[in-house]
Design a protein. Structure first.
Length: 45
């Protein structure tokens, strides 16, 4: 996975906002939330 809790924390510590793009199912959505992402763009209804 490209998005991990460690990467999100490192980016947050540097002042970045983390948004995931290309989320196309609920499993990826759940993963982004569990990693601490600030938001996401979803590609499914």
């Amino acid at each position: 996975d490209i998005v991990t809790p460690e990467i999100v924390k490192m980016l947050h510590d540097k002042g970045f906002v983390v948004r995931c793009h290309g989320i196309f199912n609920e499993d990826l959505m759940r993963h982004a939330v569990e990693c601490g992402a600030d938001g996401m763009t979803i590609n499914f209804p």
